[in-house]
Design a protein around this ligand. Sequence first.
Ligand code: ZN
Length: 113
Amino acid sequence: MHEFSIAQSIVDIACETAEANQAATVTEVHVEVGQASGVVQEALIFALESAVKGTLVEPAQFFIHEIPVVCKCHSCGRTFDGTGSLSMCPSCGEFSADLVSGRELRVKSVVLE
Ligand SMILES: [Zn+2]
């Protein structure tokens, strides 16, 4: 369950942000998770609940923002939704495409009080 180590680093980032800003508490943490990041949201939320215990982040509410998978075709340059597909270009049928987004896993913002 690598979600536990991910949750730990999310909590660390939020704590460091709070300390750097001398905030008493963290009210909201926004996390961007790409659909191709391999992270199971439910598992991440569960892991976060235990990772926040005893930290400044404990009272915070977590918001998980899902980032859709977007591919870009090597042949014709078209971008398309790659969710659940084998990254086949809908224009030319080419199977070689780059992942433009969808692997994100980062703390987008932290709301302090
Ligand atoms: Zn194409």
